[in-house]
Design a protein around this ligand. Structure first.
Ligand code: FAD
Length: 413
């Protein structure tokens, strides 16, 4: 991020952005513009990577400017390529924090132009919460690394150009000290890579992928950060991910679906929910659920605003994004639960008659994902209790012993 002197004031930027958004960005109700094309439109007009430095193709402004832009987008129900949230809100900032000058110059401009889309290769079949326990192997031979193992639940790997992969490069070092992160090309059938698509519980096919690496060769230059310093890269990635999912910081791109809003993840907004309940005369316990959803729709943005301001002023660092992430995912799940309660048995019919509340069943299934993706709600609560409240850390038997021994000793614990 740039310093805040000598840059356009947020007020001037807001006025300029408003005029541009009104004139150029399609409404949500209009036919969808292809994601990369929309990103290119933002890039060509200086609105891609608003808080990225200019030297990497960004606008060189601050997260306050970025928030101002995307607040207008949300207010005006405009389309933005929020599908690129992982690329632009998570991976880009992680490369900014950890990449060498060459790496930043090579990867960030195409990422901001929408020419190269990135995703995350973190979770493994053995589990996702214990990220530091990754068992994908990375071994160097001269100028080439070789990757072995598998990753899963990777969102969008099938269409992405690169995945940022966390893997183990030193098995003799303690768990957190033998990890590395590397850029893995995903397109053009690279040797040693197989990608399979998975069907989600909501019926959606192909969003999730599983990757199998069989001695996949990768140029040593693709390493992001130092070898065996992957845990600090992962920490920075998690910081940006929590912020992005919680709707704050560099990752704030106006929500999970185009236009954002309280129902962003579920596709159900609080307004239609309230109207549907009134129409059907549903009250009582359902009324309480709707009231909770309405309260969240007011409180969540205020929480995000407060954390964004703290980030901007430098008073909030590190883990406050967990508050926003936890709160917003619980709210989204609450909205989906309320919709399910209003619909009742009709929610079992995937495409209902109610144009405002149809898909309540599938939305409920998808909303569960918001409490899992980007770190589960339990993991966010752990972070809040340990890092923000200073409560005792969760006991860990495997923190200081060589990872090889952890694996050998697992049966004894
Ligand atoms: C919509 C969606 C998109 C995703 N996209 C990606 C992606 O792009 N790339 C990627 O790598 N992964 C992705 N994931 C996977 C996601 O990161 C993992 O599902 C998540 O980290 C949890 O891992 P797990 O499913 O293996 O559950 P586990 O880690 O096995 O956890 C199982 C249960 O135990 C609880 N638990 C585990 N450890 C603790 C603990 N220490 N304290 C308290 N409770 C604990 C968890 O909260 C959970 O309820 C995505 C998931 C979803 C739902």
């Amino acid at each position: 991020m740039t310093g805040t002197t000598d840059i356009e004031s947020v007020e001037t930027f807001r006025a300029r952005s408003k005029a541009w958004i009104e004139a150029n960005l399609p409404l949500l109700s209009e036919p969808w513009v292809e994601t990369r094309e929309l990103q290119r439109l933002l890039f060509d007009n200086g609105y891609a990577g608003i808080s990225y430095p200019k030297e990497y193709g960004g606008a060189g402004l601050t997260i306050e400017h970025q928030k101002a832009f995307y607040d207008i987008v949300a207010e005006q129900d405009r389309q933005v390529p929020s599908e690129l949230m992982v690329s632009i809100g998570i991976i880009g900032p992680t490369i900014l924090d950890n990449g060498s000058q060459e790496l930043k110059q090579r990867f960030l401009p195409p990422l901001l132009r929408g020419d190269e889309v990135w995703m995350q290769l973190l979770s493994e079949p053995r589990g996702g919460s214990d990220m530091a326990g990754t068992t994908c192997r990375l071994k160097r031979d001269g100028d080439t690394y070789f990757l072995n193992g598998s990753k899963m639940w990777s969102s969008g790997a099938y269409h992405a150009d690169y995945g940022l992969c966390l893997c183990r490069s030193d098995w003799d070092a303690p768990k957190h000290r033998g990890l590395s992160t590397i850029a893995v090309p995903l397109q053009g059938n690279p040797p040693g890579l197989t990608i399979e698509r998975t069907r989600a519980v909501s019926g959606e096919a192909g969003h999730f992928c599983e990757e199998f690496f069989d001695d996949m060769p990768l140029p040593a230059d693709n390493l992001i950060g130092e070898e065996n310093a992957g845990w600090s890269v992962a920490q920075s990635l998690l910081f940006h991910e929590r912020n992005a999912v919680g709707g704050i910081g560099m990752g704030y791109l106006g929500g999970w679906r185009r236009g954002g809003g309280a129902g962003a993840f579920t596709g159900i907004d609080v307004g239609p929910l309230r109207e549907a309940a009134e129409r059907r005369g549903v009250g009582g316990a359902v009324g309480t659920m709707i009231a909770d959803a309405v309260i969240s729709s007011v409180v969540d943005p205020l929480t995000s605003d407060r954390i964004t301001l703290g980030l901007q002023l430098g008073t909030h660092k590190g883990h406050r994004g967990s508050l926003s992430k936890l709160q917003s995912s619980l709210s989204l799940h609450g909205v989906a639960r309320a919709a399910l309660a209003i619909e009742g048995a009709a929610a079992l019919v995937w495409d209902g008659d109610d144009v405002q509340l149809d898909n309540a069943g599938t939305s409920w299934l998808a909303a569960r994902g918001s409490t899992i993706a980007g770190g589960t709600s339990e993991m966010q609560r752990n972070t809040i209790s340990e890092r923000l409240l200073g409560l005792p850390r969760e006991p860990a038997f495997d923190r200081d012993i060589p990872f090889n021994e952890v694996l050998r000793n697992l049966g004894k614990f």
